[in-house]
Design a protein around this ligand. Structure first.
Ligand SMILES: [Zn+2]
Length: 128
């Protein structure tokens, strides 16, 4: 106990940026988490950060983009599964001005869940 220290948000964000600058693109949350942890430990050898926190920070960072590969599921997302933010409905408006409910969008990171019944399978992170 007391052996590890939880990395601060700023340190996690700096590490995410550094990793994406070096690799250009990272193809899974597992890889991003590993690379970020390694990067953090260059300065703080006992730093720890959870994969969920890496995902959430990355999603909310300016200049970091992500894509989510989805899989079908019977379950419906209650919160944004990228950053944990609240979802609100969004509509698309066609050329005739007709509005169609199109799914839900995260208030915090802007992630869109187009339909019911999709859950994340794999994440890709990159600078943009
Ligand atoms: Zn979100």
């Amino acid at each position: 106990m007391g052996e590890y220290s939880i990395a601060r948000d700023e340190a996690v964000e700096a590490a995410i940026l550094d990793v994406l600058k070096n690799y250009g693109e990272v193809h899974s949350l597992e890889s991003l988490h590993q690379l970020v942890t390694r990067n953090l430990r260059r300065h703080h050898p006992r730093a720890v950060v959870s994969p969920e926190r890496v995902r959430r920070r990355a999603a909310l960072m300016e200049g970091v983009r992500f894509q989510v590969e989805k899989r079908r599921s019977g379950r419906e997302a209650r919160r944004c599964y990228v950053c944990g933010g609240q979802l609100e409905p969004f509509e698309t408006i066609d050329v005739y001005g007709k509005r169609t409910p199109s799914g839900r969008r995260c208030r915090d990171c802007g992630f869109r869940i187009e339909k019911r019944g999709y859950l994340p399978r794999r994440y890709r992170f990159y600078l943009g």
